[in-house]
Design a protein around this ligand. Structure first.
Ligand code: SF4
Length: 328
């Protein structure tokens, strides 16, 4: 690991100033991803700006939304009474992520910025456009079992590894950021990027901006939510496929629905066409199967991940059955 400076800041303005004057500075909070990346030599910031002491550690129920600060730990958010009452899907997704120890350290802001777990990204001897732009993509012809089936490019086929981000996408969260030009709000659907020709950019966050928190608008989904994650082992494993479902049911009729998939793309994959198909329909296995078929439109597999083309719709159907209570 390279030598680096460590600086603790006590105001958002000081954090932004550090990022503005030093292009090689990085923010650190829980450090559960960044420190690993530094140990592997994937990232080598010359300065770590510690934001743990900024006052972004609150969870507040507001008039029509739920606010969660950027430095709230994942375990705290997952167990918070308001999160469980108003946005249980978020809690379910976060509890499916990582391990208890990691959730105790990892923050909301850090989870949003979590980098891909593509093995070639971590292997500094392999070509990787995300790590070294223009060097190539070892996964294209390599072992791509964990990789994307939607939205990939010839530059990168990596997936976003976060469970939390999938739930936030289904719930239409907004990310609150602050930078040299002031504050702005980014819909989570516009926060994470597809790789295109610039896979080195995971998000639309400017290098000088910091995440201060996120807001989830109120909804009527709390009684019918499911986060179903299929992975190689029951804990401390990334999703092969995950599906976030939130349904507003009127008897057996679907009044409103949100669907998002994880483990399939460079960003959490919202399934809007499948949502439209199901809205106003009965919650039946037949309708769920039709929606799952539609959701898979445009999917493309690589040599080692063709199983995802079956696993994804099957996971989606099962998640819909669980969330709606439909048995057959
Ligand atoms: Fe790098 Fe993306 Fe290719 Fe993985 S899939 S090797 S992260 S460019």
């Amino acid at each position: 690991m390279n030598n680096f400076q460590y600086k603790r800041v006590s105001s958002p303005a000081a954090a932004i100033a550090e990022l503005s004057k030093d292009p090689a500075a990085k923010l650190v909070a829980g450090g559960t991803n960044l420190i690993d990346l530094m140990k592997y030599g994937v990232m080598a910031p010359d300065k770590l700006v510690d934001v743990n002491h900024l006052s972004f550690d609150a969870i507040k129920k507001e008039e029509r939304s739920l606010y969660i600060g950027a430095t709230v730990r994942n375990a705290v958010a997952a167990g918070n009474a308001d999160v469980l009452k108003y946005q249980p899907l978020l809690s379910q997704a976060m509890l499916a992520g990582a391990s208890a120890q990691l959730r105790n350290k990892a923050t909301m802001g850090g989870n949003l910025l979590q980098r891909t777990r593509c093995g070639y990204f971590y292997d500094i001897s392999a070509p990787c456009n995300k790590r070294v732009p223009g060097s190539g993509c070892a996964a294209l012809e390599g072992y791509n079992r964990m990789h994307a089936i939607f939205g990939a490019s010839s530059s990168c086929i990596a997936v976003n590894p976060s469970d939390m981000n999938v739930a936030l996408t289904a719930l239409d969260a907004t990310i609150l950021v602050s930078g040299p030009k002031g504050d702005r709000k980014i819909p989570v659907s516009e926060f994470h990027r597809l790789p295109g020709t610039h896979p080195e950019l995971d998000t639309t966050l400017d290098r000088k901006e910091i995440i201060t928190g996120l807001v989830i608008p109120d909804n009527n989904f709390a009684a019918h939510t499911t986060y179903l994650k299929v992975r190689d082992r029951i804990s401390y494993a990334f999703a092969l496929i995950s599906v976030a479902v939130a349904i507003d049911l009127d008897g057996t009729a679907i009044r409103d629905i949100r669907l998002a998939m994880g483990g399939v793309a460079h960003k959490p994959w919202r399934l809007t066409e499948a949502e439209q198909l199901l809205k106003g329909k009965q919650a039946t296995v037949e309708n769920f199967k039709m929606a799952a078929e539609l959701a898979m439109k445009g999917a493309k597999a690589y040599e080692h991940n063709a199983f995802k083309l079956k696993l994804a719709p099957n996971t989606m159907i099962q998640a819909l059955k669980t969330a709606s209570g439909v048995k057959a």
